[in-house]
Design a protein around this ligand. Sequence first.
Ligand code: GAR
Length: 188
Amino acid sequence: MPKRIAIFASGSGSNAENIITYFADNKGFEFPVIVCNNENAFVHTRARRLGVRSVTFKFQQNADWDMPLKLLLSEHIDYVILAGFLLKIPKIILNHFPDRIINIHPALLPKFGGKGMYGDRVHRAVCAAGEAESGITIHYVTDNYDEGDIVFQAKCAVLPTDTPEDIAQKVHALEYEWFPKIIEKIWG
Ligand code: GAR
């Protein structure tokens, strides 16, 4: 039976697209749905192009997670991937998917993680701190931001002349290379 994976994304969705494309010919994984918290996010356009269902929910209070949970259960989802999803995952979801939710963070945790540290904000902070390296962290999700056990990290050099955009580009390249491979490794 193929493993059924739901992808949660909030913005552009380039990782979601990269993962779905990577597994297009792989009978071991199916991606029946993308869950989003923003109806205007570009990930919906990518989903349409890929022929994948994408659904927007409002997630303002705990009860707002009932509908997405129902969707995950009715779609027989085995695993959840956070690919640029910016909200905290509540216990009601974690309890249904123990050790079955992973996140990608665009830096080397535990550095540059926590609430408010996402996307370009992370790259600006890395640049401002004068770091000599950055990278990606793939980790299990808990109900604290960026704190679950680390599955994998990959590094890239940060040059003194690098702008946050340069760092973002290097980090995205690592994400595209490694995120699908790590999914295959741990759940394949
Ligand atoms: C990615 O770089 C991902 O690591 C980051 O958001 C970006 C989403 O890009 N996630 C976080 O910052 C989570 N704290 P994408 O929408 O193009 O995949």
